[in-house]
Design a protein around this ligand. Structure first.
Ligand code: FES
Ligand SMILES: [Fe+2]
Length: 363
């Protein structure tokens, strides 16, 4: 991970600035029956890591990314270092993401001012060589890290590291990445969905849900490494056969666990009778209250013979089914305890909502 050379201003001040800079990015907070729904500009979220892109997205030059209602730019400097900042040139506010990376740094497309990886201006072409550079000619840096084949951003001093996935350092496992997609659904809706198994026989009828029992067994919540959640077993239709499960039967038993790490990460582990283990990290990052950067990462201890695209085909089908459902559900999820009706099967989601609401109310 590479923290920026300087840290940001106090969280409260930074978030106020963000809201006033981009007043149309998130729209007014939605209130449903008095429920708390708006979350994306809460300053506490700026202190957590959010996965926003694949590293190869930087090959073509600087990348514009909206995260938590802020417009940001991410680039790789000529020496290979990653850098990120608020996407605004302090000279005349041009978007630096429309510029280019030169040997000196990130060059603004408007008048060519150029910034190093720490956000310091190192060149003002109009001033001529040797002229003093104004002290305030600096970008607002953002923390950036490369981890699990993804680019992660954190807008203020990180409150917690990116959760550990032990499989990533285990040579028995390979890692398979997916593209980062923009979903027109609220991040809180995504996380709620990923913690929920009761939708399997309905939403996932076309993939693995055909054999799932609609009745959801009681689960106990427990710490699961860096996550918090539950273990369970499902009988799944073996839709894609051995490529997905390592066995050829019509149905397969999947011993699973699902847990969350605040604010928006979910890890699912699947173990088949064949000994095959398949771990998924579901990464959801808010562009704003109603749109999400979504991607997932798979770790798998197979013999590496089946192409990665093939082993993740089932996961991609499942993701597309969730996306189709969630893009029909308007606005963010109410986080308070009374707006929605919950049943036993919603236990993990209710616990995540409670903890997220506590986190958000710290500010
Ligand atoms: S706006 Fe960036 S150099 Fe003028
Ligand atoms: Fe789902």
């Amino acid at each position: 991970m590479s923290p920026p050379a300087t840290t940001r201003s106090a969280p409260g001040a930074a978030a106020t600035g963000a809201a006033s800079k981009h007043p149309h990015a998130t729209g007014p907070p939605r209130q449903q029956n008095g429920g708390v729904t708006a979350f994306a500009t809460n300053p506490v979220l700026r202190r957590y890591w959010h996965a926003v892109a694949r590293p190869d997205a930087l090959l073509a030059g600087p990348l514009a990314v909206t995260l938590l209602g802020e417009r940001l730019v991410v680039w790789r400097a000529a020496d290979g270092r990653l850098a990120a900042a608020v996407d605004r040139c302090p000279h005349r506010e041009a978007p630096l993401s429309a510029g280019a990376v030169t040997d000196l740094g990130l060059q603004c497309p408007y008048h060519g001012w150029t910034y190093d990886a720490a956000g310091r201006c190192v060149l003002v072409p109009s001033a001529g060589a040797g002229a003093a550079i104004p002290a305030r000619a600096a970008l607002e840096p953002v923390w950036v890290a490369e981890c699990y084949g993804l680019l992660w951003l954190c807008l203020d001093e990180p409150a917690a590291p990116i959760p550990a996935i032990a499989e990533d350092a285990d040579r028995c496992f390979r890692r398979i990445n997916q593209p980062v997609e923009r979903w027109a659904a609220s991040t809180t809706r995504l996380v709620d969905n990923f913690l929920d198994t009761a939708h399997f026989p309905f939403v996932h009828l076309g993939s693995f849900g055909g054999a799932a029992d609609a009745e959801v067994a009681r689960v106990a919540l427990e710490p699961l490494d860096d996550f918090y959640g539950y273990r369970y077993e499902v009988v799944a239709a073996n839709a894609l056969g051995a490529a997905a499960s390592g066995q050829a039967s019509a149905t397969v038993e999947r011993r699973m666990s699902t847990g969350f790490a605040l604010p928006f990460l979910v890890r699912s582990t699947i173990e088949y009778d064949s000994g095959l283990r398949h771990t998924l990290l579901l990464c959801s990052a808010p562009l704003d209250d109603t749109a999400t950067w979504f991607t997932f990462v798979v770790w798998r201890n197979d013999d590496f013979s089946v192409p990665g695209d093939e082993v993740t085909r089932l996961d991609r089908m499942i993701g597309a089914e969730d996306k189709r459902m969630l893009e029909q559900v308007p606005g963010p999820l109410p986080l308070d305890a009374t707006t929605l009706v919950n049943v036993q099967a919603d236990r993990a989601s209710v616990e995540w909502k409670r903890r997220l609401k506590d986190l958000l109310s710290e500010h």
